[in-house]
Ligand binder design. Structure first.
Ligand SMILES: [Zn+2]
Length: 382
């Protein structure tokens, strides 16, 4: 059913277009060029689509294959941006070798964009009419702040969605979330020789860091999920003090807490507040405040939901094997769609080197993904 040559040629072209997220690397081109390419391809296929500008150079592309009416609507989604290319020798080659296609974004997730476009081509070529609408959604900025997905849900609401992040053709029904918190501890500035006056905020922060370290060791036993593993925490940034010979008046850290399904922003903030309070009880000079910086919810969908059952049926029919259920340890746009009331499941191709120096996708798995998406779309929307 799927046009394999079209799928592979499209993927190669997609990888050859620089769509590095400019928020991660200021030499990145953003999504405008790749968005125009996808838009023109959809137009050539006879699919109506529009480009939505989020900010200059940053766009979403949304195509709709209208159903005859009466059926459920489904969204197939992929992000167009990639992480940067530092350390890669030829990031935009799209070179094919031994059945793999190489380059930045090949696996995460231009293989999936090509698969979704191949679904559109198959439906148009065979003149297959669905009852419900099929939305083909290509979003900006997933690798940074998900501005694209957040913009999309203002105007699009489907009954279900399939996010096509890489899963090696497993069915991902859960992923972790994260919360970033800034914690500032306060001291008292003074000349380095005035130890009776100065209070060192940096050393006091050390007490908190030790408490956080101990807590991070306990987390796996306390909070774990059968598909996405353990909750975790680390401190990616520490910033304190003004100069040598001056007592530090303030030290701030950013704690990054990775959450499992079931955890909430409130529960995680309270947990950190409790650790701050524990340090204050042991050391009365320790005074600190906590500020939430960014929250992204963990996500989970029931294996009994209709979209998961249909996808599982498509995998079984097409791959002739039992579906393999997985969870992801990183956060994805699926949580945004899930929170908007769209039942969302994740499946993507096989490959490797995600965010690494050598990235590739297995071409036959991209075509398999397209077949599975086509089968699921016709089942769900009919
Ligand atoms: Zn991705």
């Amino acid at each position: 059913m799927i046009d394999r040559n079209f799928t592979i040629q499209t993927l190669q072209k997609l990888v050859q277009i620089n769509s590095v997220n400019p928020m991660l690397d200021n030499s990145g081109h953003g999504e405008e060029e790749i968005g125009r390419y996808i838009h023109s391809l959809l137009t050539d296929l006879g699919v109506s689509s529009e480009i939505t500008e989020i900010e200059p150079g940053r766009v979403n592309v949304t195509g709709i294959i209208k159903g005859n009416g009466g059926g459920k609507s489904l969204m197939l989604n992929a992000h167009m941006d990639t992480v940067g290319t530092k350390g890669m020798s030829d990031p935009f080659s799209g070179r094919i070798s031994h059945g793999n296609l190489y380059g930045r974004g090949a696996y995460d997730m231009k293989g999936s964009i090509a698969a979704i476009l191949a679904v559109a081509k198959a439906l148009q070529d065979k003149q297959i009419k669905l009852s419900g609408d099929l939305v083909l959604s290509f979003v900006a900025d997933e690798e940074y702040e998900s501005a694209g997905a957040q913009e999309l849900i203002k105007s699009i609401k489907t009954d279900a969605a399939i996010v096509t992040e890489p899963t090696d053709l497993g069915i991902c029904t859960a992923h972790r979330g994260f919360g970033i918190y800034k914690i500032s501890a306060f001291g008292k500035t003074a000349h380095g020789g005035n130890h009776h006056i100065g209070i060192d905020a940096n050393m006091l922060t050390g007490l908190l860091l030790a408490e956080l370290w101990n807590w991070s060791k306990k987390l796996p036993a306390l909070k774990s999920h059968p598909l996405c593993g353990d909750a975790s925490m680390h401190v990616p940034l520490v910033d304190g003090g003004r100069s040598l010979f001056v007592y530090s008046h303030e030290c701030s850290i950013h704690a990054e807490r990775r959450t499992v399904p079931g955890e909430t922003e409130k529960s995680v903030r309270q947990e950190l507040q409790k650790l701050i309070d524990t340090v204050s009880e042991k050391e009365p000079l320790f005074k600190a405040k906590i500020e939430p910086v960014l929250w992204r919810s963990p996500y989970e969908i029931s294996a009994q939901s209709e979209i998961v059952k249909i996808l599982a049926g498509s995998v079984t029919d097409f791959l002739q094997e039992q579906p393999h259920y997985i969870g992801h340890t990183w956060w994805e746009d699926s949580a945004i769609f899930g929170e908007a009331g769209i039942e969302t499941v994740i499946i993507g191709p096989k490959g490797g080197g995600i965010h690494e120096d050598v990235e590739w996708v297995e071409l036959h798995s991209v075509c398999d993904l397209a077949e599975i998406l086509l089968h699921s779309s016709t089942s769900f929307c009919s």
